[in-house]
Design a protein around this ligand. Structure first.
Ligand code: ATP
Length: 362
């Protein structure tokens, strides 16, 4: 079931003045896929999720699940379907499992609250625990589990009511790095298998890329870009998104030609063949983003485009690759180089920049 958000606004008042947490947000969360809301702290991700859950009341706009409107600010009084009637499951940090209950009791709770017969509760809890691979843990006190297992209990509890929509708010942020990676792989597998509409809030870019089918990047209450993880990573449109994803190489220049998919930009390094100047006219000042893995040393006789004479300013071996700082004229570029290249600090070398790794930003 898709989630449709139209012109949603939410402003909080605080002693420091009003904070516009959501500014006219319009978004369709695709049905039966995993979508993440990604962005820096304070950009409005949690507020949007809480509005969808019915835990926060927007100021204006509309939220619909499929054809059913669950919140609308039109009319004299806002129309709102209460949280428990929205058919959602939630795995929030603040909705952690209950420590004084067993695994079974934790997962059974939402069904008991609805007064379901005991045998049906037992059957559905067993199914949910089987699904998250915790069958056999029913009688364990919830606290006698690892962090990752506790998160799976929280997921089982969210699933047991068979929701059409699952909402997650940074559910892995309390786990250590290794467990977080394992749990997110597991979660990806479970969510893909389940095929529900999942909306997941995170400020962790690798979590967003690894988990989602669709990534929505937010900034200061607005959506800046959205697309598949590959689109966001390989074809970003704005400097904000590039920087948020860890990109560092930006070169200023003037667009000299725009040839369909390709563009030529005159820069202090020389002319660069790039992607992404759709609809821009020659003469325009632009910023080109160069991905650090697009740079590589070239053989002297090669004829590739984007060939420059560079100097290796620094070279740090980090195991799987070299973190190198290269200089072309006055331009400094960070590069991630394969360790198969034999290079040394201070060395002058011809190098190429793969045009597919150069993008003109809007
Ligand atoms: P984080 O990753 O840190 O959780 P976020 O992107 O989820 O951040 P929100 O929690 O949605 O951001 O907050 C958006 C803005 O609204 C922030 O500036 C925050 O300070 C403000 N805000 C959120 N809740 C309240 C509140 N109850 N009262 C006042 N301001 C609030």
């Amino acid at each position: 079931m898709e989630i449709r958000i139209t012109n949603l606004n939410k402003t909080f008042s605080s002693p420091d003045g009003d904070v516009a947490a959501l500014k006219n947000v319009t978004l369709t969360v695709p049905a039966n896929q995993v979508t993440t809301l990604l962005g820096p702290s304070g950009c409005g991700k949690t507020t949007l999720l809480r509005c969808i859950a019915g835990l926060e009341s927007p100021d204006s706009g509309e939220i619909a699940f499929g054809d059913q409107v669950v919140w609308s600010g039109q009319g004299k009084k806002p129309y709102s379907v209460p949280t428990e009637k929205r058919g959602i499951g939630m795995v929030f940090q603040t909705y952690a499992i209950w420590p004084h209950m067993t695994v079974f009791q934790n997962v059974a709770y939402p069904l008991e609250a609805r007064g379901l017969p005991r045998d049906e509760i037992a059957r559905r809890v067993a199914e949910a625990l089987e699904f998250v691979q915790l069958a056999g843990f029913e009688r364990r006190p919830a606290t006698a589990l690892s962090g990752g297992q506790q998160q799976r209990v929280a997921l089982a509890r969210a699933l047991v009511s068979q929701p059409k929509i699952l909402l997650f708010d940074e559910p892995l942020s309390n786990l250590d790095a290794k467990l977080r990676e394992e749990t997110r792989r597991e979660l990806r597998r479970l969510l893909t298998q389940l095929g529900v509409t999942a909306l997941y809030v995170t400020h962790d870019r690798s979590e967003a890329l690894a988990l989602s089918d669709h990534v929505v990047v937010m900034r200061a209450g607005e959506i800046v870009e959205q697309g598949s993880p590959q689109e966001i990573y390989f074809r970003p449109k704005s400097r904000f998104v590039v920087e948020f994803l860890g990109g560092t190489n930006f070169v200023e220049g003037t667009l000299v030609a725009n040839e369909g998919e390709w563009a030529r930009v005159e820069t202090p390094m020389g002319q660069l063949l790039c992607h992404g100047a759709d609809g821009m006219s020659p003469g325009r000042r632009v910023t080109v983003y160069i991905r650090s893995d697009a740079l590589s040393p070239a053989s002297p006789e090669s004829q590739e485009p984007n060939r420059f004479q560079g100097r290796v300013e620094s070279l740090i071996f980090v195991g799987e690759y070299y973190d190198a700082e290269l200089r072309v004229g006055e331009t400094r570029l960070m590069a991630r180089l394969a360790t198969t290249h034999s290079l040394a600090e201070g060395q002058e070398t011809p190098m190429t920049i793969d045009p597919a790794g150069c993008r003109v930003l809007e």
